[in-house]
Ligand binder design. Structure first.
Ligand code: SF4
Ligand code: FES
Length: 190
């Protein structure tokens, strides 16, 4: 077992656990969007940032990908961290102003839609990849994938056609935090 502290409290976790795993185990709240316990972490949303002091320096890291180490000091609720989270929530909210999950996070962090919010978009896909990972890792199908690159990156089916791999199980709809998958469902022909 590895021992370290989170917000001054001594905690323990197994060697292959991340800071987020340990925080969840001990009931310490760290906000997440692209994390789900059933799939491998992906580090897409960066909402789970925390400060880690490893004895040499203090850094802002994403807790869902950061492996625990003996003696590190983790802080989850500092002005620096909350500032980063507010910026992230602002960006996500402007992309998906009607998403219940975004509204919940916005309320929590005191964020309101800005003048940069996307017009005509209610449930944008944030490319968190939860739907793709759940389809591959939980269902064992390959019905969804990332298409294109850079600004044109999107969730689609392989070769942009209706996928024969889709079992219509609804797992992607269930894990999608924004409601975007419902809108994409018709597009991929599932
Ligand atoms: S459709 Fe939903 S689950 Fe899939 S990448 Fe977009 S926001 Fe994430
Ligand atoms: S939950 Fe860690 S980056 Fe999204």
């Amino acid at each position: 077992m590895i021992t370290f502290t989170i917000d001054g409290k001594e905690v323990q976790g197994q060697e292959d656990w991340t800071v987020l795993d340990v925080a969840k185990w001990h009931g310490i709240d760290i906000p997440t969007l692209c994390y789900h316990p059933a799939v491998e972490p992906y580090g897409a949303c960066r909402l789970c940032v925390v400060e880690v002091d490893d004895g040499r320096r203090s850094r802002v890291v994403i807790s869902c990908m950061y492996p625990i180490r003996e003696g590190i000091k983790v802080l989850t609720d500092t002005p620096r961290i909350n500032n980063v989270r507010r910026w992230i929530v602002q960006l996500l909210l402007d992309e998906s102003p009607a998403s219940p999950k975004m509204q919940e996070l916005a309320t929590k962090f005191g964020v309101t839609p800005s003048r940069f919010k996307k017009a005509g978009v209610d449930f944008a896909c944030h490319l968190c990849g939860l739907c793709v990972r759940a389809c591959h890792e939980v269902v064992g199908a390959q019905a969804l994938t990332f298409g294109n690159r850079g600004l044109r990156k999107e969730i689609t089916s392989p070769f942009h056609t209706g996928s024969k791999e889709c079992l219509s199980c609804g797992t992607c709809l269930y894990v999608c935090p924004t409601g975007a998958m419902e809108q994409l469902f018709d597009k991929v022909g599932a």
